[in-house]
Design a protein around this ligand. Structure first.
Ligand SMILES: [Zn+2]
Length: 546
């Protein structure tokens, strides 16, 4: 069904193509001006129309009665090409086993005269999959292409195509299709199929397809085959499982309004309806993350605006205005903490219920508050970490100023005050040698909280301590970046604080000269094994028995 829709509504000429406007215009103009190139390279994500346009190009340049770059569909050339029977249109899928043989054949057949068409056209899909040998063979042909032969190469991974090939092609970059374009096409199909479908439902399908027309058409096909002839947003959401996003929005709003009972009811409703709470919690964490990012700078929404409808996005912006950054971050922490516990609890909803209650308390507990943000590490200029205290009643909060209208300048002042207060509050002095000698144990202890963080940390070593700040050095910039990622850093701090029973901050430093010491302390065989597995996972190595 899905593939039929895609085939059935495949565009027949340039005028029927939706999107890729600049490519279509350039190609039709060059044909109108009788300037047909010898080698084209189409690059872009899957489902953006590369092969469709390649086939149309092949037909257009061969039509005998071309009018305004639109094939007539009546001449012998048009008929034979549309029927897929022309010997002069050769499609090669480089990803298939026969790709290499085909290229070898290509070398032999390319010089032969055309069977019937004006241009012999080779369409080589997924060209990046060719072997070096095949690339060389292709290059030879591209260097001196016989007249009346046109090559159209298509790839989703342009970086894997050798420069020598690229330099001989006219390159066209296919963009992901804007949602509007996809909706337009889906609406045409729905109309032709005599299916009534809500515009919001079409938008949802388009968004799920992430800019790929083929995927969108395939989804529409599946939905049409499952549902009646009157499709609503609700039905589409159910099929796509996107109800999660809406529920995440509802629960986030309840948390910010401190409506714990509402949020708990919602969680239990989900459970009753057979939802997987682990999956749902991931949606919720992602939703809160997006909210946090919008709160910091609404321009950053461009990174996830394609994941949601404009209506959802507006709602998110509105919510972010009313929510305090500190509450958003502490909620993220709480739901992250709940994630690993959901599957191991007899009552899977319990960790989420606890997280909701903690998040909706008037005052976050002292521990959470500390996790929120008190960077010793200099803040980026945006002042993203500016933590405002709640209408304070704890002694710590009383000293802070609470205001939503604080200007940026005041924010940084406030932040300094916070750091100072926090520092006063911390009388911990972490000893470097203690950390060093417990390092392997820390790595093991962090595993239940976050498996991959433990693996990341095993590529670091403690280099310095100052009061409650532990500096970790790593010679690898990859690990440095990963660990400096805010969520990762906060998680490490949270777990270290728990394990070391003091409030710990961490600081990750890149030190190219650092030589990682292997286990300073002997550790149990079983523990060693688990660490080893992590290391192997990352490095892709294997164990050599001594
Ligand atoms: Zn024709």
């Amino acid at each position: 069904m899905s593939e039929t829709l895609y085939r059935k509504y495949r565009p027949k000429n340039f005028s029927e193509i939706i999107g890729q406007v600049h490519i279509v215009r350039t190609l039709s103009n060059s044909i109108k001006n009788n300037r047909v190139g010898q080698a084209y390279l189409f690059t872009g994500p899957r489902g953006t129309g590369k092969t469709s346009i390649a086939r149309i190009l092949a037909k257009t340049i061969n039509c005998e009665n071309l009018s305004d770059a639109i094939p007539c569909e009546k001449c012998e050339a048009c008929k034979i090409i549309t029927a897929g029977k022309s010997l002069d249109i050769i499609e090669i899928d480089a990803a298939s086993n026969t790709g290499v043989d085909n290229i070898r054949e290509l070398k032999e057949t390319v010089a032969l005269s055309n069977a019937s068409l004006k241009y012999k056209v080779y369409i080589i899909d997924e060209v990046h999959m060719l072997s070096t040998g095949a690339f060389n063979a292709l290059l030879k042909t591209l260097e001196e292409p016989p007249a009346h032969v046109v090559f159209i190469l298509a790839t989703t991974e342009i970086h894997k195509v050798p420069e020598t090939i690229l330099s001989r092609c006219q390159r066209f970059d296919f963009a992901r299709l804007p949602i509007g374009n996809i909706i337009e096409k889906l609406a045409l199909i729905a109309k032709a199929e005599k299916v009534k479908i809500e515009s919001k439902a079409l938008e949802m399908i388009a968004i799920s397809a992430e800019g790929g027309m083929r995927d969108a058409e395939s989804l529409l096909g599946q939905i049409i085959s499952l549902e009646d002839k009157n499709i609503t947003l609700k039905e589409v959401e159910e099929i796509l499982g996107t109800a999660d996003k809406k529920t995440a929005e509802i629960i986030a709003e309840m948390i910010f309004k401190k409506n714990s009972s509402g949020a708990i009811s919602k969680i239990n409703e989900l459970l009753e309806n057979g939802y997987d709470l682990e999956v749902f919690n991931k949606s919720l964490i992602n939703y809160l993350r997006q909210l946090m990012i919008i709160k910091i700078d609404s321009n950053l929404k461009k990174y996830f605006s394609s994941e949601m409808t404009s209506e959802r996005l507006e709602k998110m912006e509105e919510l972010s205005k009313g929510a305090e950054l500190s509450i958003i971050i502490s909620s993220i922490n709480l739901f992250l903490e709940a994630q690993s516990k959901i599957s191991s609890f007899i009552l899977p909803q319990l960790p989420l219920e606890i997280a909701i209650i903690k998040a909706t308390q008037t005052f976050p507990t002292k521990k959470i508050e500390y996790e929120i943000e008190t960077p010793k590490i200099p803040l980026p200029p945006s002042g993203e970490g500016a933590r405002r205290a709640d209408e304070g009643e704890t002694s710590l909060d009383k000293k802070n100023i609470s205001s939503n209208k604080t200007e940026k300048k005041e924010d940084s002042k406030l932040l300094i005050t916070n750091c100072k207060l926090q520092e006063d509050n911390v009388n911990t002095n972490i000893d470097l040698s203690t950390i060093k000698s417990n390092w392997q144990k820390l790595l093991i202890d962090i595993r239940p909280y976050n498996h991959s963080l433990s693996a990341l940390l095993s590529n670091c070593q403690p280099t310095k301590t100052e009061k409650n700040i532990i500096t970790l050095g790593t010679p690898y910039s990859f690990y440095c970046e990963r660990l400096n990622d805010k969520t990762n850093r906060l998680t490490v701090e949270q777990v270290f604080s728990k394990i070391l029973k003091s409030e710990i901050k961490i600081n990750i430093e890149l030190d190219k000269n650092l030589v990682l010491k292997k286990e300073a302390e002997p550790i149990k065989k079983s523990e060693q094994n688990s660490l080893l597995t992590d290391a192997l996972e990352i490095m892709g190595g294997k164990v050599v028995e001594e």
